[in-house]
Ligand binder design. Structure first.
Ligand code: C2O
Ligand code: CU
Ligand code: CU
Length: 476
């Protein structure tokens, strides 16, 4: 507690003090044995943003401030999204979270490999005016990760109100590739929302939404209604997060060119993969390379979302790239992107007997995993794992709805998918969220090198809040 008080004192006085002291190397008084490479604060606050011209929409948002570290560690967003955080693998990070919302909250670092106490488990929530200081080393490889709140039964509401941001990790392997950057790189956070006549956010307006998840009728990219950007011609890198509460997008280029995939949840693939269309479920990320070299200035290319089932619904534009006169000098697409070691199924302690997790609907509980809903301090026998081991888990979707299953802790690999009627999910590379379409069975393999309590859950946030979340516990 004393430590927390010190943190608080520093946060109150520290920011302005640092501004007054000309020595930029000034250290906080409570500096712990390891001085962080990057230190920043994130406050969750209610605020108003102008999404619709001339109108203020009330949102909740993360306001960030860089306390020390490289200037590009934190880039504020122009809308309700939290600042984009940029780190390099190996950096020691300290993040002071302060909850200025009228209810409890906590931040979770989606996809990041951090100790259990730093992961934003629902039992770590802090109340109104509460604070939590995170301290960890960025262990992940380069990739597009993200952060969002994780209080039990309120995650859907809080994310919908605007609480989410990107967490980008870079490393030497990625930097050596000369992938398109600057003007030739786009970061897209896809979200759908509903607004009332006053242009205020509308959430859970019917019991059906609790069951299906909340779908919006308005598409926002990076918190904005502007779905177009002018970019130079030449190779382009598009990194996409599906930050929606419930909607699965089925992405493809309108002009019929294939999607050139170069990365997924846990960073770059080993080599590029080509697909005509790919589904992207809530929580998942996709890294796409596209060559706009042949385009004419003034022309445009559109990234579309197609119906999940052919003929059921209309395609709609997700984002449009308009070409300027400029040409970028970015290099051609490298054929070798990164080194990914396949985890051998034989490494698993249960290689011959995968644990199975059935996704079903229970009349009394709601959406469940193996017939159970969430209990904050409970684990079932199959949810106990021995530290340092590798396990195979098999999820079976026995319902008529898609469910993206997300596991905290380590990134995993998909060993096998038995598809029901759909085939456009993408399972390559390192994953932390895997889409289970109706009837799908997915086998994945994961290592468990950190002790403690973690959660796994459906990333349709209304399902997660309702009950479709469980703990797993790694014991020594
Ligand atoms: Cu993106 Cu447990 O969450
Ligand atoms: Cu997560
Ligand atoms: Cu679900």
């Amino acid at each position: 507690m004393a430590r927390n008080l010190l943190h608080r004192a520093f946060l109150v006085a520290g920011v302005s003090l640092l501004a007054l002291i000309p020595d930029s190397k000034a250290q906080p008084a409570h500096a712990s044995p390891t001085t962080p490479d990057v230190e920043l604060s994130l406050r969750a606050v209610p605020k108003e943003v102008e999404i619709f011209p001339g109108t203020k929409t009330r949102v909740w948002s993360y306001e960030g401030a860089l306390i020390q570290g490289p200037a590009d560690s934190l880039t504020p967003s122009e809308s309700y999204l939290g600042p984009t955080l940029r780190f390099r693998t190996g950096q020691r990070v300290r993040i002071h979270f302060s909850n200025e919302l009228p209810e409890e909250s906590i931040i979770h670092w989606h996809g990041l490999d951090v100790p259990a106490e730093m992961d934003g488990h629902p039992h770590s929530t802090v109340g109104e005016a509460g604070k939590f200081s995170y301290e960890f080393t960025v262990e992940n490889r380069a990739g597009l990760y993200w952060y969002h709140p994780h209080p039990h039964m309120r995650t859907g509401y809080q994310v919908y109100q605007g609480l989410a941001g990107l967490f980008i990790v870079s490393d030497a392997e990625e930097a050596a590739l000369e992938l398109p950057r600057g003007e030739s790189e786009s970061l897209l956070v896809i979200q759908d929302r509903k607004f009332d006549d006053q242009k205020q956010l509308q959430y859970l307006t019917s019991p059906m939404e609790r069951h299906m998840g909340v779908f919006g009728d308005t598409l926002l990219i990076n918190g904005s209604l502007n779905l177009e950007k002018t970019v130079p011609r030449g190779p382009h890198r598009v990194r996409i997060l599906n930050g929606s509460n419930a909607r699965v997008y089925h992405l493809g280029w309108e002009d019929g060119r294939p999607l050139q995939l170069i990365g997924t949840d846990g960073g770059l693939l080993s080599e590029p993969v080509t697909r005509s269309r790919v589904m992207l479920a809530p929580g998942e990320r996709l890294d796409v390379w596209v060559d706009f070299s042949g385009a004419e200035a003034g022309a445009a290319a559109r990234l579309m979302s197609y119906p999940l089932v052919e003929g059921r619904g209309d395609p709609f534009a997700v984002f449009q790239f308009r070409f300027s006169d400029a040409r970028s000098a970015a290099a051609a697409l490298p054929q070798a992107l990164s080194r990914i070691k396949k985890i051998d199924a034989q490494e698993a302690v249960n290689a011959t007997a995968p644990k199975s997790f059935a996704v079903t609907m229970d009349r009394n509980i709601g959406w469940t995993i193996n017939g159970r809903g969430y209990e904050m301090h409970e684990v079932a026998p199959e949810e106990i794992i021995k530290l340092g081991t590798t396990e195979i888990w098999e999820f079976a979707n026995q319902s008529g709805m898609p469910h993206p299953l997300h596991i905290h802790g380590q990134q995993f690999q998909v060993l096998e998918r038995t598809s029901g009627r759909f085939t456009s999910a993408f399972d390559g590379g390192w994953k932390d969220t895997v889409l289970l379409l109706p009837g799908d069975r997915v086998k994945l393999i994961q290592r468990f090198p950190r002790p403690g309590w973690f959660v796994y859950h459906c990333h349709i946030l209304e399902h997660e809040d309702m009950s479709m979340m469980r703990n797993y516990r790694v014991i020594e």
